[in-house]
Design a protein around this ligand. Structure first.
Ligand code: R7I
Ligand code: MG
Ligand code: MG
Ligand code: MG
Length: 391
């Protein structure tokens, strides 16, 4: 029946979301923290992944934490901050070598203390009370968009809370909200119509104006950028391209002026830039890196992930595949910088739109945790829709 097929499509999109997020992390990890990568190297690596027989490509902290988000929501049938926090910390203790962010591990140790009263306290203490602006809250948020599928306010609320367990900085948790909204919006798109990329960004802008407006001038809006270039793992100070042309300098200035015109609304500023890019015939990867960013800050990676999805709805000259989900992940990696994280976030959005049929079967085989992701997706689907799945 028609109802059954609608349900089938939605379930495929839940599965696609979490499985493509895993694939983006696993494949992107090969290139993490690298300078921009020649596309040939990435295509060759994807070829190599496709030929893995029985050997796994490992996931990193991005997936490890997303699994904790999913299993906590499933086991608690809802958001429970303490349960989720404990899962994060125990998972870190179990496998600490997954490539976690440099400072978040301090939070994990404190979360394991038995006399901890407030689960948000360790996160609040990070970076002299400013909280982390890293992308660790955003990278793991996709299961929230699935769980809260029926209610966009719940998507925002739970996304913020899950992020705040480790990322108390406004830029840190607002990045998680934006990523969750993008996954949710992708899930909700009617695939019988062509996706209007400008409308997609406008919808996000409308929502982020409220998110960032609510807090404009709030106590946390000052100071999160202090010290970023010294401490950031992949800060723009180590510019891969070395000497810049006048044009590139101009493009960085353009981004800076957008941000200046929207004070306290840095994500809205990035979405405005994204809209301009999507209206252009050609956008260079260097422009994307300069103006949207590609590093470990949530503000410099969530926009790049969303852009990757929208840009790759159409063919991309140097990425020879007809599969738009595969193209999205390869393109996200080709931006360089924090590749596992940008690719996992782009993958989650693309998977939510295209569905599991678009995740290449060799990736499902090779990527560690891809099949677990399908199980988590089915369980979240049941919770979100109240349906049961016959095996
Ligand atoms: O955000 P987080 O979980 O790291 C996620 C990243 C992803 O790329 C993963 O794939 C993994 O590689 O790590 O971890 P945090 O430790 O909270 O933040 C990451 C880094 O961002 C920190 O180690 C700092 O270098 C930097 N950082 C800050 N630096 C100065 N001031 C984050 N917040 C601040 C800050 O407020
Ligand atoms: Mg990682
Ligand atoms: Mg890392
Ligand atoms: Mg990363």
């Amino acid at each position: 029946t028609e109802m059954a097929s609608v349900a089938h499509v939605l379930r495929s999109r839940f599965r696609g979301c979490l499985a493509a997020a895993v694939a983006g992390d696993c494949i992107g990890a090969e290139f993490e923290e690298g300078r921009s990568r020649p596309i040939d190297k990435i295509l060759a690596y994807v070829d190599h992944v496709n030929k893995q027989r029985g050997r796994e490509v490992a996931f990193t902290d991005d997936t490890a934490m997303a699994r904790s988000v999913a299993s906590s929501l499933i086991q608690c049938k809802g958001f429970d901050a303490r349960d989720m926090a404990t899962r994060f910390a125990k998972e870190y203790k179990r496998e600490s070598g997954r490539g976690y962010g440099g400072n978040v591990i301090t939070v994990f140790y404190r979360l394991l203390e038995e006399d901890l009263q407030d689960v948000f306290e360790p996160s609040r203490q990070q970076f002299d009370g400013r909280g982390s602006w890293g992308n660790g809250g955003a990278m793991r948020v996709a299961p929230v968009a699935l769980y809260a599928y029926g209610d966009v306010e719940k998507v925002k609320d739970i996304a913020k809370q899950t992020a705040m367990i480790t990322h108390f900085n406004r830029e840190g948790y607002n990045g998680a909200i934006l990523e969750a909204l993008a996954v949710h919006l992708a899930l909700k798109q009617n695939k019988d119509e062509d996706l209007n990329v400008i409308k997609f960004v406008d919808t996000l802008l409308e929502k982020m104006r409220i998110v960032e407006g609510d807090e404009a001038g709030g106590s946390q809006s000052e100071g999160p950028n202090i010290g970023q270039s010294e401490d950031s793992k992949t800060g723009q100070s180590e510019d891969p391209e070395g000497d810049q042309s006048e044009e590139e300098k101009g493009s960085k200035e353009a981004a800076a002026s957008k941000e200046a015109s929207l004070p306290n609304q840095p994500y809205c500023a990035k979405l405005e830039i994204m809209k301009e890019f999507l209206q252009k015939e050609n956008v260079s990867r260097q422009d994307v890196r300069d103006q949207l960013g590609n590093d470990i800050k949530a503000l410099n990676s969530v926009p790049a992930a969303i852009f990757s999805f929208l840009h790759c709805m159409r063919s991309v000259d140097d990425i020879p595949t007809d599969n738009a989900l595969e193209r999205t992940i390869i393109y996200a990696i080709s931006l360089g910088g924090d590749t596992d994280t940008i690719a996992t976030m782009a993958g989650a959005i693309a998977g939510a739109y295209y569905g599991i049929e678009y995740v290449p079967p060799p990736w499902m085989k090779a990527c560690e945790g891809a099949n677990d992701a399908v199980r988590f997706a089915d369980q979240l689907y049941c919770l979100a829709t109240g349906e049961t799945i016959e095996k």
